[in-house]
Design a protein around this ligand. Structure first.
Ligand code: HEC
Length: 171
């Protein structure tokens, strides 16, 4: 093994260890702890905030939903979001629809295929203070995933000015 490569691997191991220690300190804001480790009742009926489509390895189509507190804050432009606000991100595989294409007479239609996973951001400024006041949770087939809240939070930091929330309200 070349020296540079060995050094890079050692550095990666140290960073990994650091991340593991950090994330164990963050468990209270992660999937297993947030929402009691369960999908909240009725989330599928929450109001629509917006939609998005990701390409690449995700290749999904997603809807962002909010509970009453979150939607009220969005509509009134309240930042930071008040405690009790919950934002859900539900997603499905992005698949072509032959049936729709036939009706259109050309290839243009994509629809929601099988569901992928569900993510939540749950606002509690004191409890989740170390991750921007948000608890982060992901559910795969209804069960909490092992993704740590720190990993979620780190990627949401660029939109700190909007209380760590990317999605804008679609009127
Ligand atoms: C690699 C960066 C990245 C990571 C990691 C990430 N997110 Fe996000 N998240 C985004 C982006 C960008 C959006 C907005 C675009 C979209 O929905 O595709 C988003 C949107 C969301 C939304 C909708 C509200 C909003 O901020 O727009 C929720 C809820 C959410 N993410 C939860 C999570 C959870 C829970 C995790 C960890 C399990 C996570 N995210 C990890 C980048 C990330």
């Amino acid at each position: 093994m070349r020296k540079a490569q060995a050094l890079a691997m050692a550095a990666a191991a140290i960073v990994g260890l650091g991340a593991a220690m950090w994330s164990s300190a963050q468990e209270s804001s992660g999937s297993a702890a947030v929402l009691g480790g369960k999908l909240p009742d009725g989330y599928r009926d929450w109001k629509l905030i917006s939609v998005a489509h990701e390409e690449g390895s995700l290749n999904d189509i997603r809807a962002i939903l909010g509970n009453e507190i979150a939607v009220k804050a969005y509509r009134e432009g309240t930042l930071p979001f008040p405690d009790g606000a919950i934002i859900a991100r539900i997603a499905w595989a992005y698949v072509p629809s032959e049936e729709n294409n036939k009706a259109f007479g050309r290839t243009q239609s994509f629809v929601a295929g099988h569901p992928t996973n569900v993510q939540f951001m749950v606002k509690h400024s004191r409890e989740y203070a170390s991750t921007g006041g948000w608890g982060f949770a992901q559910f795969n087939d209804g069960a909490p995933s092992h993704v740590t809240a720190t990993a979620c939070y780190a990627c949401h930091v660029p939109v700190k000015d909007r209380d760590f929330v990317f999605t804008r309200y679609s009127p």
